[in-house]
Design a protein around this ligand. Structure first.
Ligand code: FAD
Length: 536
């Protein structure tokens, strides 16, 4: 069996795929959180399972979400009790199993005279929300406390606010950790392999035409079950089988400002003054994030989504309305990012014609001629989504009835890390992010790597480890998804260019020409999709 991500794995896997040497039970298309979750649960069942991703792991929406692990209080206010309950239960399991990767985050919702929801209605909803989690955690604070928690918050009509608890994560690292757990049980995950087409025989999907993106070479593989976990791209492969479009891609964008410009230590949830949409200002990885928007995304899905100048203005105006004294301007923005959410419409209604009220924000699983398609949903519910996919796959394998035992997704890491003096928060973070590999990461580090990358919470050792051990193909994999320097730092982290170059050249063996190409590629992506667009 091929061990992915070790030296030479890519060539060995491709040779195996070309030769058709493995009798795959399942091939999963898409390396976001949904695909990773399915790989993890399928590997647990002992299936021979392969995941292929056309770009990098988490390249799609799963590195560009708001990163909240939450029940979705908003869905509860809309009466979607089942969706909220499921998400709260999943959130609790993630908090229990992956401390350091999934951390509690306090939220504040301020109340103003004459605005809805007021204290009574909001707290009633929170009572149900907390009840789902088996606790009573929310708490009302008066105006003085709210002003203390959120310095500079708008005074007009403010009389108090309620604090409640959800959680936050690093979405791309969450995907990597789930993949790591899956690989530990024999699952195979390969990035930069694209599914070009489905292979059908006698009206059933029996395999896939794959392309190795680097070489352009193609081959055909077969499996008992094919799962498309392609998120916003879901209509494409399914469209080869049936003439139906169900996915409406909606873009959500975020702004990042230095925390000293908008110092919040807990998240603020508020309604945007222009349209009443729920918006958040929250701390993440040492910066302050503001978002999101919710707009039809009509651009080419194969190009990374980026924020528009209008979205920048909308987000800034909302934040300045809440914090008038902050006076945030475009010059304050460090970085931006945008993700595309697949909203699923009703059968028979063209996606762009559907009313927002007809759109589903939970996930769907369709089974068509041997292809199982899963789309929609949330980061938070990836485990439950995977169980639904396996239930749909069971008759095709056959697996018998799938029983959800709520088995651990993340293996426990109880051993204290050694070799460097780490505070408890750093221990917790490293074991959360890297699971059982955390000690190996430290052991692999050069002595000078055991310091922080300036402006981030990452050690240089993490960058080195990722370059060496985490299937990095391009500089953007390393700076946008294995670490999040491109999401957090001016110039996308390239103020540290020399040290980054030294590490990647040592670990990946890139010569000067390759480094130059990668640098140019990264700068192109960062400037066009992760920085501030020129005002229109
Ligand atoms: C702005 C925004 C904010 C969000 N915030 C939150 C939040 O705070 N909390 C939360 O729980 N959820 C949130 N979500 C939802 C969550 O991010 C998504 O539900 C989740 O990331 C979807 O994961 P996925 O794996 O289904 O899709 P993706 O992450 O998009 O993965 C699909 C993958 O399939 C690959 N692919 C497509 N076609 C092919 C092919 N032919 N061959 C090989 N690979 C292919 C793509 O490259 C892509 O990487 C948010 C979504 C958005 C848009």
């Amino acid at each position: 069996m091929i061990k992915t991500w070790q030296k030479g794995w890519r060539e060995a896997l491709w040779a195996d795929l070309k030769a058709g040497s493995t009798d795959w039970d399942m091939i999963i298309i898409g390396g976001g959180i949904t695909g990773a979750g399915v790989l993890r649960e399928a590997a647990r069942l002992g299936l021979k399972v392969l995941l292929v991703e056309q770009r990098d792991f988490a390249w799609g929406t799963s590195s560009r979400s708001s990163k909240m692990v939450h029940g979705g209080l908003r869905y509860l206010t809309q009466g979607d009790i089942k969706l909220t309950h499921e998400a709260v239960v999943e959130r609790q399991q993630m908090l229990n199993e992956a401390p350091g990767l999934v951390e509690p985050m306090k939220y504040i919702y301020p109340f103003r005279k004459g605005s809805f929801p007021g204290r009574f209605a909001f707290n009633l909803v929170l009572r149900v929300y907390d009840w789902f989690a088996g606790r009573r955690d929310y708490r009302y604070f008066d105006k003085r406390a709210i002003e203390y928690f959120l310095p500079g918050i708008r005074d007009a009509g403010l009389y108090g606010g309620t604090q409640y608890t959800d959680a936050v994560t690093d979405d791309a690292r969450l995907v990597m950790r789930v993949l790591q757990e899956a690989r530990g049980e024999g699952g195979i995950a390969a990035n930069y392999i694209k599914v070009e087409a489905l292979i059908r025989e006698q009206g059933r999907v029996v395999g896939l035409k794959l392309q190795d993106v680097a070489s352009g070479e193609c081959c055909e593989v077969r499996a008992k079950v094919l799962v498309s976990a392609t998120g916003a791209w879901a209509d494409r492969l399914r469209g080869e089988l049936i003439d139906e479009r169900r996915v409406r891609p909606l873009r959500g964008s975020h702004l990042v400002v230095p925390s000293w410009r908008l110092p919040v230590h807990q998240a603020l949830a508020y309604q945007h003054p222009d349209d009443g949409r729920f918006t958040f200002v929250y701390p993440w990885e040492g910066v302050t994030v503001i978002g999101t928007t919710d707009l039809d995304h009509r651009e080419n899905l194969d190009v990374e989504a980026g924020i528009s100048a209008e979205e920048v203005d909308y987000i800034l105006s909302g934040a300045n309305h809440q914090f008038p004294a902050a006076g945030l301007t475009r010059e304050d923005i460090l970085t931006t990012w945008s993700g595309v959410r697949p909203i699923v419409g009703k059968a028979g209604v063209a996606p762009l014609k559907m009313k927002p009220s007809d759109a589903r924000r939970d996930h769907v699983v369709w089974s068509d001629q041997g292809l199982i398609t899963v789309t929609g949903g949330k980061l938070t519910t990836f485990r439950a989504i995977a169980m639904d996919v396996l239930t749909a796959a069971a008759p095709l394998l056959p697996l018998g009835k799938i029983k959800d035992t709520r088995a651990r997704v993340f293996a426990p890491v109880s051993k204290k890390l050694t070799g460097i003096h780490l505070g408890s928060a750093q221990q917790r973070r490293l074991t959360g992010f890297y699971g059982s590999a955390a000690q190996a990461l430290l052991d692999y580090a050069h002595p000078e790597d055991l310091s922080y990358i300036p402006g981030s919470l990452n050690l240089w050792a993490e960058l080195r480890w990722a370059a060496a051990q985490e299937a990095v193909q391009h500089l953007d994999d390393l700076l946008l998804r294995r670490t999040r320097l491109g999401f957090l730092l001016p110039e996308g982290g390239l103020q540290q260019r020399e040290r980054i170059q030294q590490i990647v050249q040592q670990e990946l063996g890139w010569d000067e020409a390759r480094w130059g190409e990668e640098l140019q590629r990264y700068q192109g992506i960062w400037r066009s999709k992760y920085s501030v667009p020129v005002a229109g």
